[in-house]
Structures are given as structure tokens and as C-alpha cells.
Design a protein around this ligand. Structure first.
Ligand SMILES: NC(=O)c1ccc[n+]([C@@H]2O[C@H](COP(=O)([O-])OP(=O)(O)OC[C@H]3O[C@@H](n4cnc5c(N)ncnc54)[C@H](O)[C@@H]3O)[C@@H](O)[C@H]2O)c1
Length: 447
């Protein structure tokens, strides 16, 4: 590490330079949390007063919903709240000598990438930089959000120039996409290698030094666009893997494809994808849109487009080919899990929505339970009534397990379901349970 980099790090550590986080949702709040734990002086800005209030009270969204909370990753926020200044007024950043601006705003709208929030915060960040006390360090603008890499050249750099700042002298621009997972220790922000890239080698060096404060391993990319593209490509690879597993399960229904894929994955270079009810979440459903946008109008990304087309009507196809007959005669269906992933309060583009929509046809009554949402939230988000888990289960002809939340995994479900219930299990969570003989158990993709 050069002397300059060491001095830069010392300035961050001492609080001389602070970090400002623009957008305090899952990504921004968790960035604030980890930075504050590492002793970095930080401040947050968000449009939402609810989000700002939560951060000021020491609540960091994704770090507070884990079940069970990993001790090392989550502070005892009730007894020792982290004090972070957050505001709905971006001008408050100007007074705080912020040297690092982390952009964590949404970059999608529905199923498509959208640069609207990025374009909203950029001029504000530039204004804060212009108005801040002069510093020997160039200010760093770091994009943590997932972006179409071309936005760096087409949106970010032109806006910085329009705002009268010179890249390399006044400001460095970089990308440090978020690839970690919120729960558990194995893939946390600290333990998962962090890919960073700046618009110039010296920017990449400063970014790498900064992120070494909160990440055990930092992997420098060739430049900012390559760092941003890494996130896009890894999401797209995952999207393809999942889509391929689902396509195999639909195309070869006579096989236990879940088992075949599990066996195939015992080979060292093959990842495991279990066939499922569909792709959900913040990142993966949108994954193909980023390489498509990056390739531009004149280019085709044929394979990516094919996967998009396959997924467009996936659940309806799964229902028509595998589930309709199984659920024939089931008038009341309990769906377990709104979140797309276990033990998190994240329902974005969850397959639970397709399940509710499709099963709700044919005059069925479909109710939804999720331990991380209140009945009011379930009603508002999904438009259905809820049920008491596990006590009410006996009153349903079918149970669809969408999300393997810990309470569902721990429950002795076989004691609660109706004696002739149909069970549809997304990932085979209950595959080894000893269900009563009248129960028909179906694991997705298992034939
Ligand atoms: N959640 C994940 O698992 C995850 C993982 C990796 C990457 N990402 C990416 O990180 C980015 C943020 O995702 P997230 O999950 O934190 O979203 P989020 O919806 O949880 O949070 C976004 C926050 O930004 C705020 N916001 C919106 N527009 C704003 C604006 N113009 N100015 C200031 N604040 C604004 C919102 O109020 C919200 O609090 C996205 O690009 C997403 O693709 C998310």
C-alpha cells in the first residue's frame, strides 16, 4: 500500500472523511451498518422518512429480520444503538465533510432497469461535493447499486462534467456492486469478496483500500465498467442456471430432476439448481435485462432473450403441466411464504404472487401466511386473507410451501395438515417427513 493510500485510509478511520449513503434501503442501510461498526463516520439520505427514522433508531432493515440473527453480524441494537445521522434533506450532507458518496438507490422499475433514481441523486451529490470544504483527497462517487455498465459513460460521467467537476482531479467514480447475502456468515458483506473498479487505476486503489475496512477480501476489476458488469454477469449466469433447471423439470416430467441435478452437482464444476416455483427477488428476475440493455438496440443476446421468454409464463406452464391435476378437487389452499427467500422480509417479484394468482382461479379459496408479515401487510401486498400457522392448516385441502422460513422448517407439519391434504413443496424442505398415508406430497421437479 502506498503512503498516499495509507494516509487516505487514516483520514477515513479518524473521521476526517465521512461516508454518505444515498438511498437507505436494504443495501444502503446495511452499508451504513457495516461502515459504522467499522468505525467509519457515516450519514444517510433517503426520500422516505420511515427509512430515515429507522436508521436513526439503529434499525437497519435487512440486519434486523434475520432469524436467527447471526451474533457477529448484528449488533445488539436495542442496548447499543449505532448513532448514524440520517436525513430526508440531502443538503444535510454538505456540512459533514463527506468524502465518499455511496449510491444505493433502486435501479429498476418493475422488471426493467431504470436510471431515474441514479439521475436524481447524481446532481445532488455533485452539488454536495462542490459545496464541501476543500480536501486534499478527490471525492469518491461509488455506485453500489446494480447498473447497466454503460450508464457510467452515458449518464454518470457526463453528469459529473455538466456539474463542473473534473474526474480524476475533483472526483473519482467507481463501482462496487453488492453481491453479499444478508443472513448467515458465509456470504456476508464482510466475508464475500468485494469487486471494485474505478474510472482510473488510482481510483480503483482508493476504492480497494476503503472497502478493505469492511470486507475481508477485495478484488480489483479492470475499471468501473468491468466491476459493474461482474454483478450483471453473475446474476445472468444464475438466472440461466435456474431457468435451465426449471426447463428440464418441465420437459422431462417423468424424471426426478431435483435428484438428477443434485447428483450432477457432485461434479466439481457444476453448480446445483433445484427446480422451483419460479424466480423471485430484487436481482435475479431482472438479471437478463441488464446484459440486454448493455448490448444495445443493434445487438441481440439470443440465449438471454430465450430464457426471458421461457420465464414469462413459467408458473402458468408448471401449473398446467404438473400442478393442476394434483390440485384437482382442492377448494381451500394455504400458501406458506410471501418472501422469495427464507427468513427475510423481501417479497419483491416473489413466486408467491404467481402461485396466488394462478391458484386463485377455478373458484378456490387461497390464503397466505408468512411469519415476517402482519395480516394487514399480507392483505395490502397480496390482496388475500391470512391464516394462523400451524393451527389452521387442518382446514385446508392443499398446502403450498413457497419459502422455507425457519418456523416452517422447525414445525412438525405432518401433525397439522389434513389427512388427505396435497402438499406442494418448492425446494423439498419436507421431503423426509412422515406424512399420514392419505397425504399426497409433491416436491417441485421431483417427478
Ligand atoms: N436487496 C438486495 O438483495 C440487493 C442485492 C444486490 C444489489 N441490489 C441493488 O441495490 C440497489 C438498491 O436495492 P435495495 O434492495 O436496497 O432497494 P430498497 O428498495 O430496499 O432501497 C432503496 C432505497 O432508496 C430510496 N430511494 C429511492 N429513490 C431515491 C432517490 N431518488 N433519492 C434518495 N433515496 C431514494 C428508497 O426510499 C429506499 O429506501 C438496487 O440497484 C438493487 O438492484 C440489491
Amino acid at each position: 500500500m502506498t503512503r498516499e493510500t495509507r494516509e487516505f485510509l487514516a483520514a477515513v478511520r479518524s473521521g476526517e472523511i465521512g461516508a454518505g449513503v444515498w438511498g437507505c434501503g436494504h443495501i444502503g442501510a446495511s452499508a451504513l451498518f457495516h461502515l459504522a461498526v467499522a468505525g467509519v463516520r457515516c450519514a444517510g439520505y433517503d426520500l422516505s422518512s420511515e427509512r430515515v427514522g429507522a436508521v436513526e433508531q439503529g434499525r437497519f432493515l435487512s440486519t434486523e429480520v434475520m432469524h436467527p440473527a447471526p451474533r457477529a453480524a448484528t449488533p445488539d441494537t436495542t442496548t447499543a444503538p449505532l448513532h448514524i445521522r440520517a436525513s430526508t434533506n440531502w443538503r444535510d450532507m454538505s456540512e459533514q465533510n463527506i468524502g465518499l458518496h455511496l449510491i444505493c438507490v433502486p435501479t429498476d422499475h418493475g422488471h426493467d432497469p431504470s436510471s431515474a433514481a441514479l439521475e436524481d441523486v447524481l446532481p445532488r451529490i455533485c452539488r454536495v461535493i462542490r459545496e464541501s470544504t476543500p480536501s486534499r483527497w478527490p471525492r469518491l462517487v461509488i455506485i453500489e447499486s446494480t447498473i447497466v455498465p454503460a450508464w457510467i459513460d452515458e449518464i454518470v460521467l457526463p453528469e459529473v462534467a455538466r456539474q463542473g467537476l473534473e474526474v480524476g482531479r475533483d472526483v473519482h467514480v467507481g463501482a462496487a456492486p453488492r453481491r453479499d447475502w444478508f443472513s448467515g456468515e458465509d456470504h456476508s458483506l464482510r466475508t464475500l469478496p468485494r469487486v471494485v473498479g474505478g474510472t482510473a487505476p488510482e481510483a480503483t486503489t482508493l476504492l480497494a483500500a476503503f472497502y478493505s475496512l469492511i470486507c475481508n477480501t477485495v478484488k480489483p476489476a479492470r475499471d468501473a465498467r468491468h466491476a459493474a458488469l461482474t454483478k450483471v454477469v453473475e446474476n445472468a449466469l444464475r438466472y440461466h442456471g435456474i431457468s435451465f433447471a426449471n426447463a428440464l423439470a418441465i420437459g422431462l416430467p417423468q424424471y426426478d430432476m431435483a435428484q438428477v441435478l443434485e447428483l450432477a452437482a457432485t461434479k466439481w464444476n457444476i453448480p446445483y439448481y433445484h427446480p422451483s416455483l419460479g424466480i423471485g427477488g430484487h436481482c435475479i428476475p431482472l438479471a437478463p435485462q441488464y446484459p440486454i440493455a448493455e448490448a444495445g438496440a443493434g445487438e441481440t443476446v439470443e440465449l438471454v432473450q430465450q430464457a426471458v421468454d421461457f420465464n414469462a409464463g413459467y408458473f402458468e406452464r408448471l401449473y398446467a403441466t404438473a400442478l393442476r391435476r394434483l390440485l384437482e378437487g382442492c377448494r381451500r389452499v394455504a400458501v406458506l411464504g410471501l418472501a422469495y427467500t427464507p427468513d427475510a422480509r423481501m417479497e419483491k417479484l416473489s413466486p408467491a404472487y404467481s402461485v396466488l394468482r394462478t391458484l386463485g382461479h377455478d373458484g378456490r379459496t387461497v390464503h397466505l401466511h408468512d411469519p415476517y408479515y402482519t395480516p394487514e401487510e399480507i392483505r395490502a401486498l397480496a390482496g388475500v386473507e391470512t391464516l394462523r400457522f400451524p393451527d389452521d392448516l387442518a382446514g385446508y385441502d392443499a398446502v403450498v410451501l413457497v419459502t422455507a422460513h425457519t418456523p416452517y422448517v422447525q414445525d412438525e407439519i405432518e401433525r397439522h395438515v389434513a389427512p388427505h391434504a396435497v402438499i406442494v413443496d418448492n425446494f423439498g424442505t419436507w421431503r423426509d417427513r412422515d406424512f399420514p398415508p392419505g397425504v399426497r406430497y409433491h416436491e417441485i421437479g421431483a417427478g
